[in-house]
Design a protein around this ligand. Structure first.
Ligand SMILES: C[S@@+](CC[C@H](N)C(=O)[O-])C[C@H]1O[C@@H](n2cnc3c(N)ncnc32)[C@H](O)[C@@H]1O
Length: 212
């Protein structure tokens, strides 16, 4: 048994709907490794349980796996908005949401997050950035003023398989995007931040009361 198996054997199980989604993604889709998966999914749900956000925004839906995990932690009257640019994923995603008891808490938006974020009304308590690695800085800037003081921004894949530690190839725009993001966050005095070495790196950013 490896460490990952040991961990998943000793934490909350993957709910049957999510386990089925995980299997379906591995059979039907080209990049199933993009989904959060058992451990990260349970962590996202736990963070929502502990932090108790009322409104969450996810940038990058893919199959809806993480959306369902985040929605699972929400209170009855909480809501999550999730944005996916790939309209070919829409039927797959809606199908998954429709199977869930949580569907009334979920609002799917199809389009480019950079176009849609300015159109979203209201403030968010939590944002999960998990879309195009080249544009993390732009998502962060687009969303920052829509996050309440005391709110949290999570950013996934911020260690990018360790590539952030190496000299990036000038053509590797994804690694360059993540490095640019990590440097921007490190220098942003409006927020407190940690990087958890979880899976591919998960940054937790806290918008403290000193931020404008
Ligand atoms: C890593 S996957 C998301 C995985 C999902 N959050 C999860 O953990 O289950 C990234 C998704 O972001 C989408 N994406 C990329 N650029 C985007 C953009 N500008 N706006 C919205 N979605 C985008 C991709 O099509 C892809 O489905």
């Amino acid at each position: 048994m490896n460490q990952d198996e040991y961990i998943t054997n000793h934490i909350d199980g993957e709910p049957p709907l999510l386990a089925a989604l995980n299997r379906k993604a591995h059979v039907d889709l080209l990049r199933p490794r993009m989904i959060a998966g058992h451990l990260q999914g349970r962590i996202l749900k736990m963070l929502v349980r502990m932090y108790r956000p009322q409104r969450i925004l996810e940038i990058g839906t893919y199959t809806g796996y993480a959306t369902l995990c985040l929605a699972e932690g929400l209170p009855e009257d909480g809501e999550i908005h999730t944005i996916e640019i790939d309209d070919e994923m829409e039927d797959f995603i809606r199908n998954q949401f429709n199977r869930s008891d949580l569907k009334n808490r979920i609002h799917l938006h199809i389009g480019n997050a950079l176009d849609l974020i300015p159109l979203l009304e209201g403030m968010f308590d939590m944002v999960f950035i998990d879309a195009d690695k080249r544009a993390y800085c732009e998502y962060y800037e687009a969303v920052f003023d829509k996050v309440k003081k005391g709110g949290i921004i999570l950013a996934d894949n911020t260690l990018w398989s360790g590539k952030v530690l190496e000299e990036p190839h000038p053509g590797d725009k994804q690694t360059l995007g993540i490095i640019r993001f990590n440097e921007m966050i490190a220098g942003d005095r409006r927020v407190e931040k940690v990087i958890l070495p979880l899976r591919d790196g998960l940054t937790i950013i806290y918008k403290n009361s000193a931020s404008l």
